[in-house]
Design a protein around this ligand. Structure first.
Ligand code: GLV
Length: 333
């Protein structure tokens, strides 16, 4: 028997234990990992990917045409530790499917839905009840007495909530917000989803109507050419002055300069962002100077359990793809 030819797998970062262990057990793979919590420099990524059969990457790794060219014809699977796939040059990947035998893409939907929805609700409440400002006042001596008009915010009871993208995560957010006494749910998207919307009696509306009628707006759509820059000055101008805007999707759905303008001119009440452009947001960014803007460092899925499960799913996607088996979560190109 000749020597077994191992498939080369490259992992772009340290990943949680379960995924790492699954790959370590794969006797048909030779696994190389960028053994750091910090991003891999582009040159090292190019080197690691050269001749690789499988790539396990993160949403912060931009897998572009140049990188795909570097990888070469061996590359069979890209498995991303994320539900979003906007960092992958999907058109280029599709083209290669026509030329070579094909590149399959794995991703991690479903397993992060609950954690991300929890974070969205946390961010919404943190923003609309002004928690960071309140915490700061306790620390800096601003808390001098209980004051009837001090640090008031907006409550969810009898409100209208607008959800941009009633997908898995959008629905999970609505499900969690309903018991707060929300009166009406509105949503936008590519097309109406009557079956899913029925649970919340959610109404499919235009983006303008959603902007104009919502007290709280949550962006939970994926980033596509159709959603890029969707929340711009025209959008913010249509919003109520008392409305709160939350984005847990991708920074690029929002025009950040327009958001800054809307927040500083009291066009809208407040914003909570778990995602920005760029990431990380530079510490001198103007949005960080605003009391009515709460910014988190893209932690939607960041629970220990969820990240572990994501890593295992990403590893299993990769291995199944390499072995020509059905992937647990394959992204349909
Ligand atoms: C997080 O943003 C993800 O895409 O998993």
């Amino acid at each position: 028997m000749g020597p077994v030819r191992l498939m080369k797998v490259f992992i772009t970062r340290r990943i949680p234990a379960e995924g790492r262990a699954a790959l370590a057990r794969a006797s048909d793979c030779e696994v190389e990992q960028w053994d750091s919590d910090e991003p891999i420099p582009y040159k090292d990524l190019e080197r690691g990917l050269t001749g690789a059969h499988g790539l396990l990457c993160l949403l912060s790794d931009c897998v572009d045409k140049k990188l795909l060219d570097t990888a070469g014809a061996n590359l069979k699977v890209i498995s991303t530790l994320s539900v979003g796939v906007d960092h992958l040059a999907l058109d280029e990947i599709k083209k290669r499917c026509l030329i070579h035998s094909g590149i399959r893409v794995g991703y991690t939907p479903d397993v992060l839905t609950d954690a991300t929805a929890e974070l969205a609700v946390s961010l919404l409440l943190t923003t609309c009840r002004r928690l960071p400002e309140a915490i700061e006042e306790v620390k800096n001596g601003g808390w001098t007495s209980w004051k009837p008009l001090w640090l008031c915010g907006y409550g969810l009871k009898e409100s209208t909530v607008g959800i941009i993208g009633l997908g898995r995560i959008g629905q999970a957010i609505a499900r969690r917000l309903k018991p707060f006494g929300v009166q009406r749910f509105l949503y936008t998207g590519r097309q109406p989803k009557p079956k899913e919307a029925a649970e919340f009696q959610a109404e499919f509306v235009t983006t303008s109507q959603l902007a104009a009628e919502s007290d709280f707006i949550i962006v939970s759509c994926s980033l596509t050419p159709a959603t890029k820059g969707l929340c711009n000055s025209a959008f913010f101008q249509q919003m109520k002055k008392t409305a709160v805007f939350v984005n847990i999707s991708r920074g690029e759905v929002v025009n950040q300069d327009d958001l800054y303008q809307a927040l500083t001119s009291s066009q809208i009440a407040a914003a909570g962002l778990d995602v920005t452009t760029p990431e990380p947001l530079p510490t001198n960014h103007p949005l960080l100077t605003l009391k009515n803007c709460v910014i988190l460092p893209h932690i939607g899925s960041a629970t220990y359990g969820t990240r572990n499960t994501m890593s295992l799913l990403a590893a299993n996607n990769l291995l199944a793809g390499l072995r020509g088996e059905p992937m647990p979560s394959e992204f349909k190109l």
